[in-house]
Design a protein around this ligand. Structure first.
Ligand SMILES: Cc1cc2nc3c(=O)[nH]c(=O)nc-3n(C[C@H](O)[C@H](O)[C@H](O)COP(=O)(O)OP(=O)(O)OC[C@H]3O[C@@H](n4cnc5c(N)ncnc54)[C@H](O)[C@@H]3O)c2cc1C
Length: 258
């Protein structure tokens, strides 16, 4: 394995969440579909490139049309790759896999289907890519799109500004940030939703606010993030008649666990 890409820029969301902007060293563009993930890797020992490399999957947050590939990454303090990623500076080299992967994309989604994205933590990443790529459809009302993002703390709601801006511009897009530990934040007043992402479905908030019934005939539902949230939502939507989308069978329920 060898370095084939370079970190162009890094933006801090919090000390433990960063955006990484990466390009291939030879300048060729990364071909992927919005919603897919890529592999990033670094050597265990930066002075021994022939030794062990740590490879991990990361969802892409940029739209395929953007020049640099953007990732939204949370530090796992005792992890093998993320502490190494968090030591990188712009200009440093990295490995980025040439082949994107993942079924979390618009293949199989009808042109006028409404979309419900439910995410926690870094699970918002593929949905940001999809929303950026299909922004015009959202602005011109071709489809209605709702995005729930659950985080523990308000400062972990990466992309809040961008998504609120889109919501202001389009009546066809609704953004529901929901925070589970806002009460632990000193000096921060949070007037938004509190609890877990799936609560906004079970208590009817999204259907009431959005003014539409979330039915398998009209919606595709995408889930990404915490395994417990994903499992609970799979049960909720399976009971509503949604079926999993796979390579073999077209469905309307898509999920990935981070
Ligand atoms: C399809 C897919 C897409 C992903 N996309 C993203 C993404 O967009 N952004 C992102 O930050 N991560 C994403 N991940 C997770 C990522 O691949 C790594 O697992 C994560 O960054 C930890 O890697 P590490 O080498 O630092 O930790 P490891 O050395 O793999 O793990 C060390 C320890 O930390 C635990 N651990 C692993 N992840 C977490 C976590 N998030 N919080 C707390 N403990 C943890 C492990 O169980 C283990 O005990 C994705 C995973 C998959 C499968």
């Amino acid at each position: 394995m060898q370095y084939n890409a370079v970190v162009k820029n890094i933006k801090d969301i919090t000390p433990e969440i960063k955006l990484f902007f990466i390009s291939f060293k030879d300048g060729h563009k990364f071909e992927f579909k919005a919603g897919q993930f890529a592999v990033l890797a670094l050597p265990d020992d930066a002075n021994n490139l022939d030794g062990e490399w740590h490879r991990r999957a990361y969802s892409i947050t940029s739209a395929p049309s953007q020049d640099e590939v953007e990732f939204y990454i949370v530090l796992v303090k005792d992890g093998r790759l993320t502490p190494r990623l968090f030591n990188l500076k712009p200009g440093d080299e990295i490995f980025m896999g040439e082949k994107p992967a993942g079924l979390m994309n618009f293949n199989g989604v009808e042109e006028d289907a409404n979309l419900l994205f439910i995410s926690t933590g870094t699970g918002i990443a593929p949905f940001v890519s999809m929303i950026r790529e299909h922004k015009d459809e959202i602005l011109n009302g071709k489809r209605q799109v709702a995005l729930i993002h659950g985080a523990r703390h308000t400062y972990e709601l990466g992309f809040k500004g961008e998504l609120e801006e889109l919501q202001k511009k389009s009546p066809y897009f609704r953004y529901y940030p929901i925070v589970s530990r806002a009460d632990q934040e000193v000096g921060m007043e949070w007037n938004g939703y509190r609890g877990h992402a799936q609560n906004l479905i079970t208590n009817g908030t999204v259907e009431k606010d959005f003014g539409v019934k979330i039915k398998p005939e009209d919606f595709h539902v995408f889930l990404c993030g915490n395994p417990k949230m994903v499992d609970e939502c799979v049960e909720i939507f399976t009971n509503k008649g949604f079926t999993r989308h796979t390579l073999k069978e077209k469905g309307n329920l898509y999920f990935d666990k981070h």
